[in-house]
Design a protein around this ligand. Structure first.
Ligand SMILES: [Zn+2]
Ligand SMILES: [Zn+2]
Length: 134
């Protein structure tokens, strides 16, 4: 079963013909704004395994200073994916359908988490950046 995802209104849909990897949650103040939440929840994809199934024309992007950006559904506002130099780099876990069989392996930048957030004790926490993988 391929992994699929969709936005809140359902117009934008994608498929990943492979596995998600390096799922992480970043609690920094920038991610709180970008994800409108207490933290990001994000996993990487192999760009060649990712494809849009519908609604690609509804996507709008916000690209930051380092070439890294996010893509949203312009109709409902869901944040669907992260892009790097215009190529899909990862997906937001909130828009993934069903169980993608991956756990959030690390919670990073918990040193700057929101005052109102209570982190579960069992989470793998890093004060700043987690261990670098790929
Ligand atoms: Zn939508
Ligand atoms: Zn962050």
């Amino acid at each position: 079963m391929p992994i699929t995802g969709a936005c809140f209104c359902g117009e934008v849909r994608y498929q990943v013909d492979g596995r998600l990897h390096d799922a992480r949650s970043c609690h920094c103040s920038r991610c709180r704004k970008a994800f409108s939440s207490q933290a990001s929840s994000y996993a990487l994809v192999e760009p060649s395994e990712f494809r849009w199934l519908s609604g690609k024309e509804l996507l709008t992007s916000y690209v930051g200073s380092h070439g890294f950006g996010l893509q949203f559904c312009s109709r409902c506002g869901s944040t669907l994916c992260g892009i790097f130099d215009g190529v899909v780099h990862g997906v937001t876990l909130g828009c993934v359908n069903g169980d993608p069989e991956i756990d959030i392996g690390m919670h990073i930048f918990v040193g700057s988490k929101a005052a109102w957030e209570i982190l579960p004790d069992t989470a793998n926490q890093y004060h700043e950046q987690g261990p670098k993988k790929a």
